[in-house]
Design a protein around this ligand. Structure first.
Ligand code: ZN
Length: 63
């Protein structure tokens, strides 16, 4: 009998890959410190993908 740890929800590999891709596509441009697509620093697309990967324990929350 083990309860699922709060905040750690495994996600399918395909979904994880999509989040990694979103992070790559929407990552901040070092030159402008903004997403080149949304023209925003840490745009919602990026933030969402990062959050999902952290929740799935695939990404360190420090990075
Ligand atoms: Zn973006």
């Amino acid at each position: 009998m083990s309860a699922t740890p709060q905040g750690h929800a495994p996600i399918p590999d395909e979904l994880a890959r999509r989040y990694w891709q979103a992070i790559a596509v929407h990552g901040d441009d070092p030159a402008t410190d903004m997403c080149v697509h949304c023209r925003r620093h840490r745009c919602p697309e990026w933030a969402y993908a990062v959050e999902q990967l952290i929740l799935a324990d695939l990404l360190d929350s420090d990075t």
